[in-house]
Write a protein that binds this ligand. Sequence first.
Ligand SMILES: [Fe+2]
Ligand SMILES: [Fe+2]
Length: 237
Amino acid sequence: MPEVRSLEQQLLTRMLVRHAYRERLAAERFRSAIPLAQGEGERDRLLTLATEEDEHYDGCCEVAVAHRIDIEPLIRQRRCLVPGIPLFTTWLDVLLARAFNDQAGYHVLRGVMGCKFQDYGNLARRIVEEEKEHGAEGAQLLIQYSLGRRADLDRMRAAVAVHLGAAIRCVGRADTEGDREAVRLGLKTRSSAETLAEFSDYADQVLAAAGLTWFSPLRSNIDTLTQDHWNRGTKVT
Ligand SMILES: [Fe+2]
Ligand SMILES: [Fe+2]
């Protein structure tokens, strides 16, 4: 007979699957970007980032095993339903994903550091330290890149929209039943709405410094940037 899992276990499973999928995809995307790198320095950095994301993924798998969650088939399933981090076809994609998607993951995990399951809270704390660095460096590189390419603004606008939309989806929808229950049961310490607000403030600062302000303030553009995916009925919760 299949095991009946409590709501708490179901929510932990969902959080871990979302998280592990993000780490897996980040590692894959950074490796895929190696041909886009200019010189050894950029190539080495991508390889280092990919290795770190692999370690974050392994950490998720360890927590899953400890809680008797068979995570791999669930990640494969999610991969079919949810696009996650967009493909990298230009160096700008790499910088946007580092500045926004990595940082979205960082803000999500800040809310998991106080998870009632200590092993997951500890993993979140460990990753937060590394992702903070990824995001800060990514934002700095994005600002430099953007300020040096004012002639390419039209092309940049489309890419910014794609990566901001993906980063917002990474945080998750605000005010869902699952989100409320996860906070109530102590799996995380704050709601997706709170995380989204914190991420939006961060993104607005980076967009202003980079001179890419089409979607600022981000809080007012969340629906515009996500409706293509969320209104198509794609299951992203
Ligand atoms: Fe990561
Ligand atoms: Fe990262």
